[in-house]
Design a protein around this ligand. Structure first.
Ligand SMILES: Cc1cc2nc3c(=O)[nH]c(=O)nc-3n(C[C@H](O)[C@H](O)[C@H](O)COP(=O)(O)OP(=O)(O)OC[C@H]3O[C@@H](n4cnc5c(N)ncnc54)[C@H](O)[C@@H]3O)c2cc1C
Length: 260
């Protein structure tokens, strides 16, 4: 199938992109999720605006406390260490296991979050790491904790004309432990089950993704090896037993990785 007709332009600046989007244009970054949706005519925008070359979206910066990655930084750039890591080689390792290299060369971290696929790696991992979305719109900028950014499967609380500018991720403290595990039938496929575990002196957070809706975030006593299973089962009674079993296996393996 071919896409429905659309016009295409490349925005030179963030404000130009916001303007076109406010007038009804749809942003395209790497096109690795939107492209298939256009081809299947699931998405039929009249107007596409490429944001991939806007320099304000392609930068990275760091402070002693966090790392900020521009929305249009690609998975491959993160895999290759062209963005600073937050510690323990977490970001390059996650990036390297997204799809395959051709997809990673074009797909962006921001596109992944804005697409908000429940089975996307960055969605689960960055929720567990306590990241924030930095957005830009003519009306002003916003900083949104990621657990308030996703409103459902393939839905975020970005408003019309608002662009995801960058993602800010806290650095790991020396006491922090992180583990991530996903179950895929074949390497490079979207996960059938996934879990990320983040434990530090003050925070215990488990995020379970690939549930067909926004990931489940468990905190405190529910985010411990003993607490996670009853908490997960009580919130996912609609899931079949096989899926529950796979998800709990991913959780156990993520805990094991965090402990290693
Ligand atoms: C074969 C294949 C396998 C894949 N496997 C995986 C996988 O295993 N794990 C995984 O996580 N992902 C996977 N993906 C998805 C891939 O990671 C995409 O790169 C990502 O989901 C979208 O990034 P993109 O830059 O291509 O976004 P695009 O496709 O360009 O855009 C996606 C959506 O986000 C919007 N958007 C993009 N950027 C912004 C922005 N800065 N501000 C506002 N809106 C924006 C667009 O309007 C669009 O609605 C796979 C894709 C393919 C084709």
């Amino acid at each position: 199938m071919k896409p429905a007709p659309f016009t295409w332009s490349a925005a030179p600046t963030l404000d130009a992109a916001c303007g076109t989007m406010r007038a009804g244009g749809r942003a395209i970054a790497g096109g690795q999720s939107l492209g298939p949706m256009l081809n299947l005519r699931i998405a039929q925008p009249d107007r596409l605006v490429s944001i991939a070359r806007i320099s304000a979206l392609c930068g990275v910066s760091e402070t002693a406390d966090d790392v900020t990655i521009g929305a249009c930084v690609t998975h491959a750039q993160i895999e290759d260490g062209q963005a600073p890591d937050i510690g323990q080689d977490i970001l390059p390792r996650v990036a390297a296991n997204i799809a395959y290299r051709a997809v990673r060369n074009r797909g962006t971290i921001g596109g992944s979050l804005c697409h908000a696929d429940p089975a996307a790696d960055w969605v689960t991992v960055l929720l567990a790491l306590g990241a924030q979305a930095l957005t830009h719109a003519p009306s002003g900028s916003r900083i949104i904790a990621l657990d308030g950014f996703f409103t459902g499967a393939f839905r975020t609380n970005l408003t019309p004309g608002e662009v995801l500018h960058a993602i800010r991720i806290p650095r790991l403290t020396p006491d922090a432990r992180f583990g991530y595990y996903k179950i895929c039938r074949k390497p490079g496929e979207f996960a059938h089950a996934m879990a990320a575990v983040f434990i530090s002196k003050n925070i215990a957070r488990v995020v379970i993704g690939a549930l067909g809706t926004i990931p489940l975030v468990l905190m405190g006593a529910e985010a411990t090896p003993d607490g996670v299973e009853p908490a997960f089962r009580s919130r996912t009674t609609m899931l079949d037993e096989v899926t529950q079993h796979m998800q709990l296996t991913a959780v156990k393996r993520a805990f094991a990785r965090a402990a290693a």
